[in-house]
Write a protein that binds this ligand. Sequence first.
Ligand SMILES: Nc1ncnc2c1ncn2[C@@H]1O[C@H](COP(=O)(O)OP(=O)(O)OP(=O)(O)O)[C@@H](O)[C@H]1O
Ligand SMILES: [Mg+2]
Length: 347
Amino acid sequence: MAAPVTVGIDIGFSAIKVVVLSARSNPPKLLSLGHVASPQPGIISEADLDLEAVATAIKNLIAEVKSPSKEVAIALPESRIFTRVIYDLPYLTNDELSQAIPFAAEEFVPMPIKDVNLNYQIIFRSPQKGPNSRTVVFVVASPKSLVNKYLKVMQMADVKPIAVETELIAATRALVSANPYSPTTLILQLGATTTDYAIVSEGLILLTRSISTGGIALTRAIAQSFNFELVQAEEYKKVYGLLEDQLEGKLYQSIRPIMDVVINEARRIIQAHETQNKQRQVKRVVLTGGGAQLPGIVKYVADALGLEVQEADPWFGISTDPSLKSKLISEGPAYSVAVGLALRQEK
Ligand SMILES: Nc1ncnc2c1ncn2[C@@H]1O[C@H](COP(=O)(O)OP(=O)(O)OP(=O)(O)O)[C@@H](O)[C@H]1O
Ligand SMILES: [Mg+2]
């Protein structure tokens, strides 16, 4: 019998987020959610003691949100996996594809193919074989050592992973409609340690990237500029962010160079995408991850990229208790991955 609920767990560097949805209702209903600060160094460590600490945090969080199910979906960090859309394959049957993917993956996976798990999703396939027919696939290569570490932590936490996917696949499910009329979108995920990018069209990811500049880099820049402790810098970041007219623009100036790293990468990925897909120009940016709540960021990104920019609302399309509304809005973007993971099991 299928579990009556679905659970998504996002193990971030700064926080672990859990979302529990009712699997039986339509639209899906939010049953509970919660987050806890990640122990440090946390999941990036290879030491059993550190991983035990993560497992304990997950165990406590699952108990706190009163999840009736131990079956969970988890996500691998974008920065540690390799993805690519392969455009140059001829028409291939499913069997032929599964044989071709390992060879195609050699082009972009910087490690032996035997050491990664390969998954793929067909984006386009001509209806039949012919001289111009082709197959376009989105390939995800996850290092086996990474997958095994996450599975080990789940086992230590006494939960059962029934799905392992990538952060951006999960976030895309929560944030972008598969509707063919919805505009091609850049998802810009601002985490603590990384910023991740995905170009999404008709619900399908066409390009991803991850850079090792995130919210912590902003906090450090403020700490340095103002000679603050990190805790105080973090508070200032959350209050003043990119608001130019606050603190005589000093805080704004201190984090601008970091924001520009994020923006420049966005420009590069948009350009790379549009060279390959001229008919699918990026029309919209959705900001997600905890950093999407930086005051002034929507205007900053809109001005810098000249595109429509929105803050992510992963609760759109999910029925929620009205008393939770303001909490959900204020914490929304940080939950996108966990919501997307929980939505996955809806099927
Ligand atoms: N209101 C806010 N304004 C600015 N930044 C914020 C705000 N709230 C949270 N953040 C930042 O968001 C980051 C945490 O976001 P998130 O929970 O998405 O990260 P994570 O998933 O733990 O990290 P990662 O994805 O890098 O492993 C932190 O750097 C935090 O400072
Ligand atoms: Mg994250």
